[in-house]
Design a protein around this ligand. Structure first.
Ligand SMILES: C[S@@+](CC[C@H](N)C(=O)[O-])C[C@H]1O[C@@H](n2cnc3c(N)ncnc32)[C@H](O)[C@@H]1O
Length: 666
């Protein structure tokens, strides 16, 4: 016989009274246990005499929040390595696909892309209890953490964040917080970040964004009806939508263009064949300034005869004194008033007559409106499917919004790629079309690369030149196969088959690079648009430099002989060039020309912005040739020179021809 566990019973009693004060967590053996949050319970039973609640303030806190802040601010020594064999049209494309952990990628890009990204769209794991998140081991101290982030061998191992995890929300919050904090620096002042999310973390996401981007910069939450057939997952309501949270970097500097085409059935057509709808009121009935002087340019009454489309303008002093003779001749009187006093019209008399002469006015019952020739209107905060005829470039075209997940997987199926969790590319295209100019769009949780597909489709349809940067973790599919179940298992098996058929390793990123290739080919065939369809691939790796480069004082005397070079042996000149580009805070889309000068390989990045040569023992003639091009920055490696004397000689030689050149030897 076992006596009842009284503690357990007591906890259950408290849970009934104060459910918020009891949290489910795991004990050391992994069993689920309930624990009381005594701080919260004390707050519930607050008694001024017994509780000092000194640390009370409005904010969202969670364990390891401070650690996230620290992590976001700590430098890392990783770099990117080009993967030319997976890239398409390397020399000409400006689109970038990066394989790696997005936190590291954001840190690596932080200086090169500072304030250069105009739009960030992300669709992070929603923390549904089934998501895989990167395995940040929070039990280690900061030294261990530093060691691991510099030397980790299982970097791409993801773990399932299940609700039984005692830090279920905290882990997710830390993961998002540190990434958003770095991402904010990349965003240019006039533009926005969009984050897809569902009910699981909407609330927490909004709070961390309020903190990182500031609540004044909150633009709005879009409600996206992506699942109109709804999920049968609730006893209360059928969830058919999710959200997209939008924050501006600086709300005072940005704004969306009107990107929703008007339904042609709501438009009228004038005698010049122009479509219009009723626009701004020019003779008003409220919300205008009082007329203080009857001589004001904005004070006048309008008499209009619809039979002959004639107007008469009169400056009147009494609101109730109409011009009887005009009224008797079938003129109608229009005034701006609040019924008792005259108000100012929207335009001056001269402007009004000009608009009238252009036939831009609509005379309605009580007011005069300006014709609105704008064929678009502003996006609404609820986004649902719609399809109708609209006018573009004078012609009727079909305008369609389709945000359904179902359409997305059908679309992917047509491309021969099995996946039913992708975002609809028309949804992201709609967000992209909120901005007018060409820009860089970054998606650092890019999954199936829908953002690339959307951007290419948008560029092709609207003749634009925007670029994408996508980041995705190269999850190991063989590892995934061991952990997933049910339908997901079949999907992963199909992905592995696809990788085999492409002759590629079993990595998730292989599937999504192929999606971009296939989507690009399809868009090219369908539109024949003259745009940049392709992309450069980069992969995150350890720095090209050996440890001794970063910590020379730590090198032991007996090991010095090992360091004939600062550079790791497996690194190619292209690897070195990429690291140098990033170290000089240049961007990854710049044109790179490879020249052969006197048998040496010399890289020209953006013409003479950066010239680099990493060959051993370079020829003096090469230096003369390079110097003539007056490089802004010139980079060599130690091994380029036979000895220090040659190195000094080379530097002097360059400086004589091109004194402004910044020379660096790595
Ligand atoms: C919800 S999915 C994005 C889906 C995507 N919008 C689409 O249309 O397919 C989130 C993606 O982020 C990736 N991911 C998760 N953690 C990551 C990390 N630390 N770095 C890079 N990618 C990560 C996951 O592998 C997953 O593919």
């Amino acid at each position: 016989m076992e006596t009842p566990n009284l503690t357990l019973e007591n906890v259950e009693k408290i849970e009934k009274l104060f459910p918020n004060c009891v949290k489910e967590t795991e004990d050391e053996e992994g069993n689920k246990v309930k624990k009381i949050d005594f701080d919260l319970l004390r707050a519930e039973l607050w008694d001024k005499a017994s509780v000092e609640w000194l640390d009370e303030r409005y904010r969202l806190d969670w364990p390891w929040k401070k650690r996230s802040i620290l992590k976001a601010n700590t430098p890392i020594t990783k770099t990117l390595r080009p993967v030319k064999e997976d890239s398409v049209d390397w020399d000409n494309t400006q689109n970038i696909y990066i394989e790696g952990d997005n936190f590291e990628v954001l840190k690596i890009l932080q200086e090169s892309y500072l304030w250069k990204i105009k739009m960030i769209y992300i669709d992070p794991p929603y923390n549904t209890g089934n998501d895989f998140v990167y395995n940040d081991d929070f039990s280690e101290d900061s030294e261990e953490y530093k060691e691991r982030t510099e030397q980790d061998v299982e970097w791409y191992k993801m773990v399932k964040n299940t609700e039984s995890n005692g830090r279920f929300h905290s882990d997710w919050l830390s993961m998002m917080y540190e990434r958003l904090k770095v991402a904010r620096d990349l965003l240019s002042n006039e533009w926005c970040i969009f984050i897809s999310i569902d009910d699981n973390e909407l609330d927490n996401l909004r709070k961390i964004c309020d903190e990182i981007f500031w609540e004044n910069n909150f633009v709005g939450n879009f409600t996206v009806e992506n699942n109109p057939k709804w999920r049968k997952n609730s006893h209360f309501l059928s969830v058919s939508s999710e959200y997209c949270v939008c924050f501006a970097k600086d709300k005072n500097q940005g704004g969306f263009i009107e990107n929703i085409a008007k339904d042609v059935s709501s438009l009228k057509i004038d005698s010049n064949g122009n479509y219009y709808s009723p626009g701004k009121r020019v003779i008003v009935w409220e919300s205008s300034n009082d007329v203080v002087s009857y001589e004001s340019e904005k004070h006048f009454s309008v008499y209009y005869n619809s039979d002959n489309n004639d107007i008469k303008i009169i400056k009147e002093k009494e609101i109730n004194e109409c011009n009887k003779s005009l009224l008797d001749s079938w003129y109608k009187r229009y005034i701006s008033s609040d019924w008792e006093n005259f108000l100012e019209n929207s335009y001056t008399q001269t402007e009004f007559i000009n608009i009238y002469n252009n036939d831009w006015l609509l005379f309605k019952e009580n007011s005069i409106y300006e014709k609105d020739f704008n064929l678009n209107t502003r996006i609404k905060s609820i986004i649902t499917d719609m399809e109708y005829q609209a006018i573009r470039d004078g012609k009727e075209v079909t305008f369609k919004i389709d945000v359904k997940t179902e359409t997305a997987w059908k679309e992917l199926k047509k491309l021969g790629i099995p996946f039913d969790m992708s975002k609809n590319h028309l949804f992201i295209k709609l967000l992209i079309s909120l901005f007018e100019k060409d820009w860089i769009v970054l998606d650092f949780f890019s999954g199936s690369a829908t953002t690339a597909h959307s951007l290419l489709q948008y560029n092709a349809e609207y003749n634009k030149n925007s670029q994408f940067i996508l980041v995705q973790l190269p999850e190991n599919l063989d590892d995934n196969l061991k952990t997933v179940q049910g339908k997901a298992k079949t999907t992963v098996k199909n992905w592995i088959k696809l990788c085999d058929s492409l002759g590629k390793p079993h990595l998730l990123t292989e599937i999504w690079k192929e999606r971009i290739r296939r989507a690009a080919k399809k868009i090219k065939e369908e539109t024949n648009a003259d745009i940049d369809y392709w992309f450069r691939v980069y992969r995150v790796d350890e720095s090209c430099m050996k440890d001794v480069y970063y910590h020379p004082s730590e090198a032991k005397q007996e090991n010095l002989a090992l360091f004939t070079s600062n550079i790791k042996e497996d690194r190619t000149p292209e690897d070195l060039l990429t690291q140098v580009i990033l170290n000089f805070w240049l961007t990854l889309d710049l044109p790179i020309e490879e020249k052969k000068i006197w048998n040496n390989k010399v890289f020209y990045v953006a013409w003479n912005s950066l010239i680099a040569c990493f060959d051993e023992n370079i020829d003096d003639n090469v230096i003369d040739e390079i110097a003539k091009d007056e490089p802004i920055k010139l980079v060599f490696r130690d091994a380029c020179f036979k000895n220090d004397a040659q190195r000094i000689n080379v530097e002097n030689k360059v400086k004589r021809v091109s004194p402004e050149t910044i020379i660096k030897v790595i």
